[in-house]
Design a protein around this ligand. Structure first.
Ligand code: KIV
Length: 271
């Protein structure tokens, strides 16, 4: 019997049941095997291999430059670290916007080459046919509306989205379209809490928020933000649960001091 068979994997069905039961869903990003293993052991429900990797792993200013090959590499590492969590991988910018066939081909590559359990796409009406085509091929799709970082140059800012009535109405329409196209869940990023509540009540699929208030069905944060690794990023929605940046800085400085002073390695730390 494989060790993996002892743990019951979270599925889209589990997530749907959690929404129905009013149980909140926890989601976090990860990009490698080691952190994925820790988050999985902690009991996280969903691990997102987000294209935020472009920022926090690769050092780009926006999410646009990350490639499909890079996402597949990271998703494969995360999948190997996660025994229970449901692993979702972002389709990066340029890998799905062309047409639904391109979207399907990119999704198939992610599923085959990384072993991820689902893909995530940003957008509403403009990608509804792609969502349908991917879902028809048996691949679960998570939608993403509100602040969509892949369109940053269209909007020009990372401010709160859908504050005005017309934009809020459009978002509600898009949420319904994403659901009708077959998505199993939806991420809402940086929108008013009242709108997050309205969408979560209107659609039957789980709605996961990042800066979408307390009434949605679950929450997601980027691991580097939650763990206090990033600095100079303090949106109102972010709660930091650790100060790893300081811990790592202190540990590294102590290590340097110990090497320089010949304290490390000592007699017990050698062969
Ligand atoms: O790329 C990412 O990390 C995301 C989350 C912010 C939802 O899309």
């Amino acid at each position: 019997m494989s060790i993996h068979s002892e743990v019951k994997r979270v599925t889209t069905h589990t997530l749907q049941k959690m929404k129905a039961a009013g149980e909140k869903i926890s989601m976090i990003t990860a990009y490698d095997y080691s952190f994925a293993g820790i988050f999985d052991e902690a009991g996280i429900d969903i691990i997102l291999v987000g294209d935020s990797a472009a920022n926090v792993m690769v050092g780009h200013e926006t999410t646009l430059p990350i490639t499909l090959d890079q996402m597949i590499f990271m998703a494969g590492s995360v999948v190997r670290g996660a025994r229970r969590a449901f692993v979702v991988c972002d389709l990066p910018f340029g890998s799905y916007q062309g047409n639904s066939k391109e979207a399907l081909n990119s999704s198939i590559r992610i599923m085959k080459e990384s072993g991820a359990h689902a893909v995530k796409l940003e957008g509403g009406v403009e990608i509804a046919d792609s969502i349908k085509r991917i879902v028809d091929a048996g691949i679960p799709v998570m939608g993403h509306l509100g602040l969509t970082p892949q369109s940053i140059y269209k909007f020009g800012t990372y401010t709160v989205r859908a504050k005005e009535e017309a934009e809020a109405e459009q978002l509600i329409k898009n949420a319904n379209l994403v659901q009708e196209a077959g998505a199993f869940a939806l991420v809402l990023e940086k929108i008013p809490a009242a709108l997050g509540k309205q969408v979560a009540e209107e659609v039957s699929i789980p709605v996961i928020g990042i800066g979408a208030g307390m009434h949605v069905d679950g929450q997601v944060l980027v691991m580097h933000d939650l763990l206090g690794i990033t600095k100079d990023f303090s949106p109102r929605f972010l709660r930091r649960y650790a100060d790893l940046r300081t811990d790592v800085l202190n540990a590294t400085q102590q290590y340097i001091r110990d090497v320089r002073s010949r304290d490390f390695p000592n007699a017990k730390e050698q062969y």
